[in-house]
Ligand binder design. Structure first.
Ligand SMILES: *Cc1c(COP(=O)(O)O)cnc(C)c1O
Length: 392
């Protein structure tokens, strides 16, 4: 199919739920994408962090090739080698407990909600979430999401959710009632504009949760799997959650989500209470195991730390040079550049110069290069940003 024909097919047959840039991508490797016309792009926003260890990572490709010949899917009424191995790996890298597998971030958060409700049943059901959070697009997760724009047109919304300002411990305290069973936080708000949770804030939430037997849930769908230089972002803090949700980078490009539940709550769901037909198939679990292997064998966490220092230094220089930059935020390789103006044209101009980035909250440019990014690629990307900032 030729370029124009592909666009026409989308126009006619694919629902218009996304704004799309005019590119048809046919190949990806590491931080690079190739379009139908053979143009090469530098990808600093790899599939919203799904391709977090780079496009078509060789270890993921070989694990998938190997697995796909043997068995792709079996129902969760039987056992597979890969699902058990992956659960063990996730637990070894996080905290003692057990894992439930599903297929996306929203579904993982749904699982966390259901565990919380089952835990609180019959007296407690309410979950507190943060303003500017993002937890997914299903009815329950969008209700929990602290941004009104996602909820418009979809009322009536499910009950039992309350949103409070982020990084405000008093707001959390005031919102707690005898119906509260869970508090969900992203250690770093991604969609919300790269807002980092303060240490003291999370410590205090942990204390409140312990005191009142409330579950602390960390949504690490975006921040997990090495993005911040630790395997999970909460590991920058001295505390642990009761439940952690994962997706995006976890599958190395394949769809997977996981609810990681600590000892305290991992046996709340018994057979029949929750399920996912596709969840945790041998194929996606093999891919995910390869992601862990790549992070370990290629020392990607230490690469994140090195590249983080480098990119923050470079972005810092951009800030000195360009008045338009208001603030730079982030940890590891999740970087927010808050502008004094809207960021849409900058994203478009970067796209024209073949650099892929994102803008959230209208004025926060978001860079999330793959964990395998090199200094040379950072130089290239920052060079393009510099040109674009200079041109406006
Ligand atoms: C992307 C994201 C989700 C939703 O994940 P989907 O796979 O799109 O359902 C949930 N929480 C956070 C923090 C995210 O970044």
């Amino acid at each position: 199919m030729q370029y124009e024909e592909i666009l026409r097919t989308f126009e006619q047959y694919v629902m218009g739920t996304y704004t799309r840039h005019l590119a048809v991508f046919v190949r990806g490797r590491g931080c690079e994408l190739i379009d139908l016309k053979g143009n090469k792009y530098l990808d600093f926003f790899p599939g919203w962090a799904v391709s977090g260890i780079g496009h078509c990572h060789p270890m993921v490709v070989s694990a998938v090739k190997d697995q796909v010949r043997k068995i792709i899917h079996i129902s969760n009424n039987y056992y597979s080698v890969q699902q058990g191995k992956l659960a063990k790996k996730i637990i070894e890298k996080s905290f003692p407990g057990r894992v439930f597998f599903c297929n996306s971030g929203a579904e993982a958060n749904e699982g966390a909600i259901k565990i919380s409700r089952a835990f609180g049943n019959p007296d407690r059901y309410q979950i507190i979430s943060m303003q500017n959070s993002f937890h997914g697009r299903t009815l329950a997760t969008l209700t929990m999401t602290g941004q009104e724009k996602y909820k418009k047109c979809f009322e009536p919304l499910p009950e039992g959710f309350k949103t409070v300002p982020f990084n405000d411990i008093f707001a959390v305290q005031n919102a707690i009632t005898d119906k509260t069973v869970g508090i969900i936080v992203e250690p770093i708000q991604g969609e919300g504009g790269i807002n980092v949770a303060q240490k003291e804030y999370l410590n205090q939430i942990r204390q409140i949760c312990d005191k009142k037997n409330i579950l602390l849930i960390f949504d690490e769908v975006q921040t997990g799997m090495g993005r911040t230089g630790k395997m999970f972002a909460y590991q920058h803090y001295e505390i642990k959650p009761d439940i952690m949700t994962l997706a995006k980078t976890l599958g190395g490009g394949l769809p997977i989500g996981a609810v990681v539940a600590s000892k305290k709550v991992c046996d709340v769901l018994s057979p029949g209470m929750h399920a996912s037909t596709f969840g945790g198939s041998p194929l996606v679990c093999a891919a995910s195991l390869a992601v862990f292997k790549a992070i370990e064998k290629e020392h990607l966490l230490s690469n994140v730390l090195k590249m983080s220092e480098y990119i923050f230094e470079k972005v810092g220089l951009l800030k000195i040079k360009h008045q338009i930059i208001k603030e730079v935020r982030g940890i590891g390789l999740i970087i927010g550049i808050e502008l004094k103006c809207q960021g849409k044209t900058i994203v478009e101009k970067c796209f024209e110069k073949k650099l892929l980035i994102n803008c959230t909250q209208g004025n926060v440019l978001r860079l999330m290069p793959a964990l395998v990014v090199t200094k040379k690629q950072i130089d290239q990307g920052i060079g393009i940003l510099d040109e674009v900032f200079s041109s406006i």
